[in-house]
Design a protein around this ligand. Structure first.
Ligand SMILES: Cc1cc2nc3c(=O)[nH]c(=O)nc-3n(C[C@H](O)[C@H](O)[C@H](O)COP(=O)(O)OP(=O)(O)OC[C@H]3O[C@@H](n4cnc5c(N)ncnc54)[C@H](O)[C@@H]3O)c2cc1C
Length: 490
């Protein structure tokens, strides 16, 4: 008889949902996490703090109001790091309480400390204090230990001048100048936040481009915006060394360039947190990036041990980790469950934000799938004018064969929320005609869907009329080619 039916290691989104799903099935469950890490990376150093920081930046910098009130508009003239972190600490504290209370009311035992396997059914959870350790046996395990920032050996991180994406939440002041190494999602999110605060940011990226999985038009818009806020991009460049002096840092590039800055933030990938687990004792191993391989049911090579979340790699999002945790538990206990829909949204919380779902134009072109685009610009929407967002855009990719939506790409205010409308339509196999025939609230940003749908259907009609040899018919009574700003919407 084991102490628990399920032992979960790591209390991030994947671990929490795995534990709660097991508790709902009436299982005896325990969850372990390191001290001060309840809620995981997600709550303590990743998603929640970075998104709260972003919200604080947007509010205090008055960034989104500047179109209305002028470029010098600020809610607070001198924004300190304490102003920013006060909000972050408040939200983190609240989220930790929510996670803890959810676990406790579902009768999940919380063990504090670092867990390591001693055999395939036993872990020792070691706390900070001497002698503070618990030996726990369980029938099944879910490993949800996440990742930590990867640090190149050649760089000395001091937590002040040279930081990683965890340490950025503890810096003493808002830097005047900053180098961000790595233009992945995390790097570019932080680059845009600091740029909005007035920091002059240089982004160094060894690849020739950034966010290559996104729509290139959207990425171009983001780059344009960031450049406008004094962000310099150094693509195709590699850092050779970072030197810390009394007055700041000097980042040297392999090309010979030197970039002086108050601070350097490294955001060059993440490493699976498997080192402390002693996986070998459980009959498991991690790859060179600390990741654990699983099958479609999130089972590792050992039948009764599953792994979920960032520790299993792509897509490494809080959103997917939660569902993986729930599903892994159901599979471990042979509970019938439906798999996740393949269609999943991507949200990038840059300023302005990006979100998309479905295919990109590049993917459709490569797969020789014919499509037409429908575009709506926020500046043509009443809500866009009201909120002062003139740069936002929404693009639909519509099949010219059967008019189904193939992709939706959004850039600008509320992109990460708006994308779900397109996702729902695509998930149900809906066509662009649903949007044309549906009344949406006015004035809203959702109206962008209607405008883009009309744009796409007008283009498809124009093509059909040429193909059929008929003169191009006028727009439908409810539609107009709004991609042309001089043309009225009817
Ligand atoms: C800066 C940043 C911003 C992000 N923004 C977003 C976003 O906007 N949207 C989004 O969906 N995702 C975002 N992510 C990704 C998201 O945070 C992760 O996908 C998510 O947290 C992964 O969840 P997880 O279940 O794998 O566990 P994690 O949240 O990674 O937590 C793992 C936990 O395991 C614990 N642990 C590790 N080893 C042990 C051990 N041996 N014993 C006990 N406990 C252990 C750790 O202490 C940690 O608490 C962001 C990540 C970062 C870093």
């Amino acid at each position: 008889m084991y102490d628990y039916d399920l032992m979960v290691i790591g209390s991030g989104p994947g671990g929490q949902k795995a534990a709660i799903a097991a508790a709902k099935l009436g299982k005896r469950v325990a969850i372990a996490d390191r001290e001060h890490m309840m809620g995981g990376v997600c709550v303590n150093t990743g998603t929640i703090p970075s998104k709260t920081l972003r919200e604080a930046v947007l509010y205090l910098s008055g960034f989104t109001q500047r179109e209305m009130y002028g470029a010098s508009y600020r809610v607070k003239a001198e924004i300190t790091i304490d102003d920013l972190l006060a909000r972050t600490r408040h939200v983190i504290g609240r989220e930790i309480e929510i996670v803890r209370s959810q676990l406790l009311r579902n009768h999940v035992d919380i063990l504090t400390g670092t867990a390591r396997f001693t055999d395939p059914h036993t872990v020792v959870v070691e706390g900070h204090a001497r002698g503070d350790h618990n030996t726990v046996t369980a029938a099944k395990f879910v490993i949800a230990t996440g990742t930590s920032p990867a640090r190149p050996d050649s760089v000395e991180f001091d937590g002040e001048r040279v930081v990683d994406s965890d340490q950025i939440l503890e810096v003493g002041r808002v830097p005047d100048t900053m180098v961000v190494v790595g233009a992945g999602v995390i790097g570019i999110e932080y680059a845009s936040m600091f740029a909005a605060l007035g920091t002059r940011v240089t982004v160094v990226e060894k690849r020739d481009a950034m966010l290559t999985f996104c729509d290139p038009e959207v990425v171009e818009s983001l780059k344009f915006h960031l450049r406008d806020q004094a962000v310099t991009f150094r693509f195709g460049e590699e850092v050779s060394s970072v030197e810390v002096t009394g007055r700041g840092t000097v980042t040297s590039l392999v090309s010979g360039k030197k970039i002086p800055a108050d601070m350097v933030m490294y955001s060059a990938g993440r490493q699976g947190m498997t080192e402390s687990l002693d996986l070998g004792k459980a009959g498991l191993e991690a790859d060179e990036r600390g990741r654990i391989t699983v099958d479609k049911q999130y089972r590792t090579g050992v039948e009764h041990i599953a792994a979920v979340g960032d520790v299993i790699g792509f897509p490494a999002l809080a959103s997917t980790s939660m569902d993986q945790g729930r599903l892994a538990t159901c599979h471990l206990f042979d509970e019938p469950v439906r798999e996740l829909a393949e269609l999943q949204p991507i949200g990038i919380y840059t300023i302005p934000e990006i979100s998309f779902c479905g295919r990109t134009e590049a993917e459709l072109t490569a797969a020789a799938i014919p499509y037409e685009t429908g575009l709506a610009r926020y500046r043509e929407l009443a809500r866009g004018a009201i909120i002062g967002d003139s740069y936002g855009m929404l693009k639909l990719l519509v099949s010219t064969d059967d008019r189904t939506l193939l992709g939706v790409h959004v850039f600008g205010t509320s992109a990460t929320d708006l994308v779900h409308i397109g996702q729902a339509i695509m998930g149900c196999g809906g066509t662009v005609d649903y949007l044309v025939d549906t009344v949406l609230n006015y004035p809203t940003l959702s109206e962008a869907y209607k405008v883009a749908a009309l744009d796409a259907t007008n283009k498809i009609r124009a093509l059909e009329s040429v193909q059929n040899g008929r003169p191009s018919s006028p727009p439908a009574p409810s539609g107009g080619d709004v991609a042309d700003p001089d043309q009225d919407q009817v």
